[in-house]
Design a protein around this ligand. Structure first.
Ligand code: TRP
Length: 451
């Protein structure tokens, strides 16, 4: 069954790979991964993370991109069409709904944090981090979080950039943005890593990231690593379904998935090589948690020679990575509005972006006015993070691999994955049918507290 996408198509394999790597590489790599590795004991976390990326993440990505390309619609539509082709219930479109709603919710808080990166670019560029002490850095960050109007302004600015790009379409917007931004990101990242490893404590950083101490590994670390792998690879929340829908028939999905996962992992490790040499050289705390980038690192930028430039470039890198991911979170929602409401793309982008911006206010207020407003003992932001990361992502991923492994015919999947040989296909099929579902069921049960 050959369909065409009403939303547009990638002009080439390279354009698709750039866009998908742009989606995968984001705050997850540069903000979350280093602090999670820092808290999870460094190399042991990294080793488990690699296992999760290639053992579970890649097979799920192959499944997700395949479903998108077969359906060629918005996530719910693609799932519904593939289910109909296979004589299965239309209720499978629910998997696409988990994706679309999940992308909506993730973007609502992702954009708020994207706004922080813009603020820090400006603050650093204007010399606001010069000679900053540890206390002053904490106070700067806390003061920023306490100012709800400021946060709203930066959240709005970030969302406006995202809407602007998505409104211009697949080739005119997303592709153009990534062909310009991804090389910039790469140059910044490699440049900063070289600078950091040579001027900071590169040896300590390399040991920290690559010499594992497995005594630090427990079930929580494994859970966190798998969750981080899914988030970092942009899995299970509609992005890869939407991006797959615009993919030319002759592009190899398995090969692309390995390239995307490899690039994403490479960037996460390079981000570690930017951050930890500085952290160690200045005697800072590697396990500082979410504040590692926004509170800890500025202390070093404030002291080092040329720190104003290095700090500005670092936050610029972070902002670019965030934008090329946020557009991929808006796309599933926009494609759905185009189909189901018949909206033109710019109208769909503004409508979806406006609604997401509004929901994002809940996250903004979680840091100030509503800091004490808790449901299930968590702020609005923590609830959104928990719901998307710990429930919707494992559930969406599980349903997707179960669908392709058990409800779509083997013949259909074989024809979708036509570029690999039988042995390679069989390995993937085994992973999709058994290994991934079992891993995801364990994750899911442990999240909901069965063990
Ligand atoms: N992967 C991105 C990051 O690392 C975030 C992201 C984009 C995402 N699209 C997604 C996460 C879809 C989950 C699902 O920052």
């Amino acid at each position: 069954m050959q369909r065409t996408s009403q939303h547009g198509n990638w002009s080439s394999r390279a354009a698709f790979i750039l866009a998908a790597v742009g989606s995968a590489v984001g705050l997850g790599n540069i903000w979350k991964f280093p602090y999670e590795a820092g808290q999870g004991g460094g190399a042991a976390f990294v080793a488990i993370y690699l296992l999760c990326v290639f053992g579970v993440g890649v097979p799920v990505m192959i499944a997700e991109l395949s479903l998108g390309r077969r359906g060629r619609g918005s996530p719910p539509k693609s799932l519904e069409l593939v289910a109909t082709d296979e004589g299965r219930s239309k209720a499978w479109s629910g998997v696409g709904w988990i994706g679309t709603i999940g992308a909506f919710l993730v973007l609502s808080f992702y954009s708020v944090i994207g706004g922080w990166t813009l603020y820090y670019v400006l603050t650093s560029a204007m010399g606001g981090l010069e000679n900053i002490t540890a206390d002053a850095s904490g106070a700067l960050f806390n003061g920023f979080l306490a100012d709800s109007m400021g946060l709203i302004g930066w959240h709005l600015a970030f969302m406006a950039i995202t809407i602007f790009i998505v409104a211009r379409g697949i080739q005119g917007g997303l592709e153009k943005a990534v062909t310009f931004l991804m090389p910039a990101l790469f140059v910044l990242l490699v440049g900063l890593a070289i600078y950091s490893v040579t001027t900071g404590d590169g040896a300590a950083a390399i040991k920290f990231l690559f010499a594992p101490d497995f005594s630090k590994v427990n079930a929580d670390v494994v859970l966190q690593a798998l969750g981080q792998a899914f988030f970092s690879l942009s899995l299970a929340l509609g992005t890869m379904l939407a991006y797959g829908a615009y993919l030319p028939e002759d592009v190899s999905i398995p090969k692309s998935s390995f390239i995307i996962a490899g690039a994403d992992t490479g960037v996460a490790l390079l981000a570690g090589l930017v951050i930890f040499p500085i952290v160690f050289a200045y005697g800072l705390e590697a396990g500082a948690g979410p504040g590692l980038i926004f509170v800890t690192l500025p202390i070093a930028f404030g002291q080092m020679v040329g720190g104003q430039i290095v700090g500005t470039l670092f936050f610029l890198l972070l902002a670019i990575a965030a934008v090329t991911s946020s557009i991929s979170l808006l796309e599933p929602v926009v494609s759905w509005l185009e189909e189901h409401r018949g909206f033109k793309r710019p109208v769909a982008a503004i409508t979806a972006g406006g609604a997401i911006f509004t929901v994002g206010l809940g996250t903004v207020f979680s840091f100030n006015h509503w800091a004490e407003v808790k449901f299930f003992g968590r702020t609005v932001f923590d609830n959104l993070d928990f719901l998307t990361n710990n429930i919707m992502m494992p559930l969406g991923g599980l349903l997707m691999v179960v669908f392709v492994g058990w409800f779509v015919s083997r013949k259909s999947m074989r024809s979708e994955l036509h570029t690999i040989n039988d042995d390679q296909f069989n390995i993937w099929y085994m992973m999709a049918r058994y290994v991934c579902p079992i891993a995801l069921i364990i994750i899911f049960l442990s999240v909901i507290g069965v063990f």
